[in-house]
Design a protein around this ligand. Structure first.
Ligand SMILES: [Zn+2]
Ligand SMILES: [Zn+2]
Ligand SMILES: [Zn+2]
Length: 200
């Protein structure tokens, strides 16, 4: 008999009483009654029998069902967990087990290091070519609303930078290091003095 597809899996979990409702997740682990001090509802942590399954409460109790979005045909969306078969680079499909370097996290899974490096190199070459073509220079980076790289013209988001002064950052796209000066314009607001009745 063929094993049913993971997405059709519905395996009863005998360890968990059906009236328990407090279940949290930590990666592939499912935890019931987290930090509970109720002796009738002790904390229990279970790892699913197969990667990609998570616990869901139905009328009859708790069951392991498939939580892998790829299995359900939902590609390009965030999947909190993926099954073993779909644990692959989003770009080239290399399985996590076949990776030689730690991968880069992506919204819908992970991207292997060679793919991430290639994507970065392509983006950098494209930005540099465009900057050359448009004769991009430092002048295009003065008094701007955003941080524009003087080398490749890419916008660099740095929400943590707000202190007045000079900061040194490295461009996300072309990897060049440059200075960013932050200054604020002074604005004045004048209002009439309104005297309230009991103030004097
Ligand atoms: Zn899957
Ligand atoms: Zn890849
Ligand atoms: Zn740059």
């Amino acid at each position: 008999m063929m094993k049913p597809a993971l997405k059709d899996t519905k395996l009863f979990i005998p360890e968990i009483p059906k009236h328990w409702t407090d279940r949290t997740r930590s990666g592939h682990r499912n935890i019931w009654n987290h930090d509970s001090d109720d002796p009738n509802k002790p904390e229990i942590s279970l790892t699913p029998p197969e990667q990609g399954l998570y616990a869901v409460r139905f009328e009859g109790g708790w069951y392991w069902v498939c939580g892998c979005e790829v299995c359900h045909g939902n590609t390009g969306v965030y999947s909190y967990i993926v099954c073993h078969d779909h644990d692959r680079c989003v770009t080239c499909g290399t399985h996590r087990e076949d990776l030689t370097d730690a991968p880069w996290g992506r919204l819908a899974g992970f991207q292997c290091k060679p793919c991430a490096e290639k994507e970065h190199a392509d983006r950098k070459a494209e930005a540099l070519a465009k900057a050359r073509e448009e004769n991009h220079s430092e002048i295009d980076c003065s008094y701007e609303d955003s941080i524009i790289c003087p080398t490749c013209a890419s916008v660099n988001e740095r929400e943590e930078l707000h202190e007045v002064g000079t900061h040194r950052i490295t461009c996300d796209v072309c990897d060049e290091t440059f200075n960013v000066d932050i200054e604020y314009e002074i604005r004045y607001t004048a209002t009439n003095i309104r005297e309230s009745g009991n103030a004097l």
